[in-house]
Design a protein around this ligand. Structure first.
Ligand SMILES: Cc1cc2nc3c(=O)[nH]c(=O)nc-3n(C[C@H](O)[C@H](O)[C@H](O)COP(=O)(O)OP(=O)(O)OC[C@H]3O[C@@H](n4cnc5c(N)ncnc54)[C@H](O)[C@@H]3O)c2cc1C
Length: 346
């Protein structure tokens, strides 16, 4: 088999990069071994405001301009819905937070998202003594459904290998790379936290953060917006809500834990008063880099090996932009922004 690219990993990074390859008529084969599941369990939210401090997320407005049409195209391609617009209501903890909200609303980059007033409405089953700050033009991508459909498409096309990529079997020369019976011009590693096993890139400073989520059934909680308090409560439809997420920098397994569940339940019950039942509990590892920026670019020695990783807590918004930038870098020789280039660590 001869292809232009081998791709290792089909999370949001791998998906976004293969879409660039499709657009440019490049051939590829994807390896995926289900060893990580960050993209599948993710809340899938896109929102350009950091909800702790009401500050802008790095480059988010520009990323959204690329991401929203990207997911729209996928909806058209598969004739399915993946993008669910959903407003966010941030519960204020104090008068000081209310004041900070108004201050942030004045920032031009956030004025399309933050509504400059305090929502005082009472929603049944929710404690919010200081009211809410409301965000609009935000939403959720159903990443699980999208990745499942995308994987099935690659299987149908015969370009999906459901197996672990074995780094020791890769042979590299100036012009070509070879892996088992596959010859390719380039390989792009999109392994998320799996990067730690990759001998070509495992020295990069990943500070992965495990996250756990629960899904609850709460028939009395009648809301169609996301509530952000110590945890978020995200409506999924049919009285189901996703609640998350924890941050744990020590536990490296992708398994859900009793401690994680306990933390989520305690935080949830600090502002929700209706009965609920936990119907699902999941976990994944966010591939976060020390400086909280993606890592994109070529291996320092082998120019036909590249990495697309470090999407951290915001893969939904970042992946389409960085995939495009990596493609243009590899195929058109364009310079990568210093902030995202892997060369900042060489
Ligand atoms: C609990 C939680 C909540 C989150 N919520 C949000 C959110 O609301 N919004 C948002 O934007 N982001 C969210 N994120 C972050 C988001 O999930 C990540 O930024 C993104 O999914 C990372 O995508 P990725 O493709 O780089 O990595 P991954 O999704 O981890 O994909 C890497 C893939 O590579 C495969 N792989 C690895 N090694 C190999 C190998 N050797 N051979 C074959 N395959 C291999 C893995 O199986 C995996 O499928 C959340 C993450 C978590 C854990």
């Amino acid at each position: 088999m001869q292809v232009d690219y081998i791709i290792v990993g089909l999370g949001l990074a791998g998906l976004a990069f293969t879409k660039e390859l499709d657009k440019n008529n490049q051939s590829y084969v994807v390896f995926e071994d289900n060893s990580q599941n960050s993209s599948i369990v993710a809340g899938g939210m896109y929102n350009p405001v950091i909800l702790k401090r009401f500050t802008p997320v790095w480059n988010a407005v520009g990323q959204l301009k690329i991401a929203l049409p990207f997911y729209k195209e996928l909806e058209i391609q598969f004739n399915k819905k993946y993008d669910y617009p959903v407003d966010i209501y941030r519960i204020f903890k104090s008068v000081e937070e209310q004041n900070n909200w108004f201050f942030a609303c004045d920032k031009p980059s956030l004025s399309n998202y933050m509504i400059p007033k305090i929502v005082k409405e009472n929603f049944y089953g929710i404690k919010a003594d200081y009211g809410y700050g409301k965000l609009i033009n935000t939403g959720r991508i159903d990443t699980k459904r999208l990745l499942n459909d995308y994987r099935n498409l690659l299987i149908e096309k015969g370009i999906f290998k459901n197996e672990s990529f074995k780094y020791s079997e890769l042979s590299i020369s100036e012009e070509k790379i070879r892996y088992k019976n596959i010859k390719a011009s380039k390989i792009v590693f999109c392994e998320g936290f799996g990067m730690k096993q990759n001998p070509f890139f495992n020295e990069l400073p990943m500070q992965e953060a495990k996250g756990e989520l629960i899904t609850i059934y709460a028939p009395d909680l009648n809301i169609d917006f996301l509530i952000k308090a110590p945890v978020f409560v995200l409506p999924l439809g049919n009285n189901h809500y996703r609640v998350g997420a924890t941050f744990n920098w020590r536990d490296k397994s992708k398994l859900p834990t009793e401690d994680g569940k306990k933390e989520l339940v305690e935080k949830l019950e600090s502002f929700i008063t209706v009965p609920y039942e936990i119907v699902e509990h999941s976990a994944g590892i966010r591939p976060t880099i020390k400086d909280r920026r993606p890592i994109v670019g070529k291996h320092f020695q082998y120019k036909n090996l590249a990495i697309l990783n470090g999407l951290g807590t915001r893969g939904v918004m970042i992946a389409p932009t960085v995939a495009k930038e990596l493609y243009n870098h590899l195929e058109k020789g364009s310079e990568l922004d210093k902030e995202i280039s892997v060369t900042r660590f060489y």
